[in-house]
Design a protein around this ligand. Structure first.
Ligand code: GLU
Length: 415
C-alpha cells in the first residue's frame, strides 16, 4: 500500500473511532482541489523545456490552504496529495488556523542553474495565480526549495497584483517580509518534541546519542540544536551516504564538510556507513529528516533507538509503525514532530499581515509553547486512550476538522 492509501486509512479509522459522521471522511479522503500545470521554461542553452507542477489543496475547513512546494525528480501526484493531507493534519494538531496544501514540480533542481530555477519558480506562480493568495493558499519551502525561491515567488505574485503581498508565501528572506527563526523552525520544533519525549522516558539530553538521517534544512539544524544542548551526534547521513562516530561528530565541521564536498560522508573523523546502517545503528534517538518511506517492514525490527522523532514527512510506513510500537519505541509522528516549520510560517504570515515584526526570542518562545502544548495533548491522549502517538495525533486532528465541518454545515451534526 502506498503512502496515500495508508494516510486515508488512518483518517478513516480516526473518523470511525471518534464517532464522527462518515461524511467527514468523504471530505477528507481527496483534496478539495488539485491543479496540474505545464510550465515551459527557456533553459540557459536557449531550448524550451516543459515542467509538470502540482498543487493539492486538501481541506480548508480550518483556514486557508498552507504547505510547501518541493522540487524533486520523483515527485508525483499521489505524493503531493498525501503531503497535503499531512499538512491539514499537522496544522490541526498544533492548532494553527490553516488547512493543508502542498505543491511539487518534477525537476532535477540540483542540476539546474540559479537562473533556470528562478524562471521555473516564477512560472509556477503564474500558473497558480488564480488559486493561491495570502487568504487562499500560502506556499512555503520544502525539499530543495529555500528562502531565495520564496523571494522570487513573492516578487512574481506582487508584480502580478500591482502591490507587495508578502503574505503570499512564507519562509522568505528577512528583507522581504520573512521572520526571524523561520529557517531553523522545523528543527527547533523537533528539538522541543525530542526534549518532551526524553523527559517522558527519563532520558537526559546530556550525552543522549542521536542519529540523524538527512543533512539538509531540517537535519543539520536539528543536529546542531541537539549538540548545543549536550547530546552526542553519533551518526548522520545524506543522499550520498553517512558517517558514524560513537564519540560524537562535530556538527559545525560536518556543515563545513557538506559545503565543501557536497556530502557529510566525506567527513574524515568517523566510519563511513550507508543510509540503511544509519537507521539501525545503536542510538537513543533516531531522527529521520529526509524523504518518505525510509523505515519499513524490512528494517524496523532492527531499529535500536528508544525514540523516533520524525523530522521528515512520512518517513515510516504503516507496517514499520506497528513493529516500532510493538517494540515499545516512542514514535513522535511527523505531523507533530516537524510542525515547527508551519508554526513559524504562521507567525511569519501574522507579522506580514500586521507589518509588525517580532524579535527572535518572541518567535522561539511562542514556538516552544505551541510545540510543548501539542506534544502534551498528543501524549496525554495516547495514554488515556491507550493508542500509539501517531493514532492519537490523527484522532485529535480529525476531531478538530470534523467539529469545524459540523459547525460550518459541511456535514450534518452527529446525533
Ligand atoms: N514544508 C514544510 C512542511 O512540510 C513547511 C510548510 C509551511 O511552512 O507551510 O511542514
Amino acid at each position: 500500500m502506498g503512502i496515500l492509501e495508508e494516510t486515508k486509512g488512518l483518517i478513516e479509522v480516526s473518523v470511525d473511532e471518534l464517532g464522527l459522521p462518515k461524511a467527514v471522511y468523504q471530505h477528507l479522503k481527496e483534496p478539495q482541489r488539485l491543479l496540474i500545470a505545464n510550465i515551459p521554461i527557456t533553459m540557459d542553452n536557449g531550448e524550451v523545456q516543459s515542467f509538470t507542477a502540482f498543487r493539492s489543496q486538501h481541506c480548508n475547513v480550518l483556514g486557508p490552504f498552507k504547505g510547501g512546494i518541493r522540487y524533486h525528480p520523483e515527485v508525483c501526484m499521489d505524493e503531493v496529495k498525501a503531503l497535503s493531507m499531512w499538512m491539514s493534519l499537522k496544522c490541526a494538531v498544533v492548532q494553527v488556523p490553516y488547512g493543508g496544501g502542498k505543491g511539487g514540480i518534477i525537476c532535477d533542481a540540483k542540476n539546474m542553474s540559479e537562473d533556470e530555477i528562478e524562471r521555473l519558480s516564477r512560472g509556477f506562480v503564474r500558473s497558480m495565480l488564480k488559486i493561491i493568495g495570502p487568504e487562499q493558499d500560502i506556499p512555503a519551502p520544502d525539499v530543495y526549495t529555500n528562502p531565495q525561491v520564496m523571494a522570487w515567488m513573492a516578487d512574481e505574485y506582487s508584480m502580478a497584483k500591482g502591490h507587495n503581498a508578502w503574505g503570499i508565501v512564507t519562509g522568505k528572506p528577512l528583507i522581504v517580509g520573512g521572520s526571524l527563526g523561520r529557517l531553523e523552525a522545523t528543527s527547533r520544533g523537533c528539538f522541543f518534541v525530542i526534549n518532551e519525549a526524553c523527559s517522558k522516558l527519563g532520558l537526559s539530553l546530556k550525552g543522549l546519542r542521536v542519529a540523524v538521517q538527512g543533512f539538509g534544512n531540517v537535519g543539520s539544524y536539528a543536529a546542531q540544536l541537539l549538540e548545543n544542548a549536550g547530546a552526542k551526534i553519533v551518526g548522520v547521513s545524506d543522499s550520498s551516504g553517512g558517517i558514524a562516530n560513537e564519540a560524537g561528530l562535530s556538527v559545525d565541521k560536518l556543515m563545513d564538510c557538506k559545503a565543501k564536498t557536497g556530502s557529510v560522508s566525506e567527513y574524515a573523523n568517523g566510519d563511513k556507513i550507508s543510509n540503511e546502517q544509519l537507521l539501525t545503528m545503536d542510538c537513543d534517538v533516531l531522527t529521520p529528516a529526509a524523504l518518505e518511506n525510509q523505515i519499513t517492514g524490512d528494517n524496523a525490527s532492527d531499529i535500536k533507538a528508544k525514540i523516533v522523532a520524525e523530522a521528515a514527512n512520512g518517513p515510516t510506513n504503516a507496517e514499520a509503525d506497528k513493529i516500532l510500537t510493538d517494540k515499545g519505541v516512542l514514535v513522535c509522528p511527523d505531523i507533530l514532530a516537524n510542525a515547527g516549520g508551519v508554526v513559524v510560517s504562521y507567525f511569519e504570515w501574522v507579522q506580514d499581515i500586521e507589518s509588525f515584526y517580532w524579535s527572535e526570542e518572541q518567535v522561539n518562545t511562542r514556538l516552544k509553547i505551541k510545540m510543548t502544548d501539542a506534544f502534551t495533548r498528543v501524549y496525554d491522549f495516547s495514554q488515556r486512550k491507550q493508542v500509539p502517538m501517531r493514532k492519537a495525533a490523527y484522532m485529535l486532528a480529525v476531531q478538530r476538522m470534523g467539529e469545524a465541518m459540523q459547525m460550518r454545515g459541511w456535514v450534518k451534526k452527529a446525533k
